[in-house]
Design a protein around this ligand. Sequence first.
Ligand SMILES: [Zn+2]
Length: 116
Amino acid sequence: MGLSGLPRAGRDTYVLRGLLHCDPCGQLMIPTCTSTGGRYYGCPHRDCPRMLVPADRTEARVWQEYVRGAADAAGTPEPGRHELLVAALRRVTVGAAPDDLHYHWRPGRGGAHTTE
Ligand SMILES: [Zn+2]
């Protein structure tokens, strides 16, 4: 896309901001950035044993799940994805493993996305 050479600092591309919940404790997971520039979501619960969830991989998976039912949105650039996901999903919960994602679609999305 020609943007990969730009510095990543300062952009807010946490497309799952406000959507990702820690399943064991029900807390909203908070976007966080490591000193090495890695992007993660973390559970704010102090006693939660959960590891940080890698943002890139998790966002890609949720986005893939979304475009399965909305193929015409597949070309949406990253800055526009957050709005689409928030409109379609009530939340995404993450189980004990970072890849254990559960999708809670809003009513009207049809039944195609039920993964539980
Ligand atoms: Zn937690």
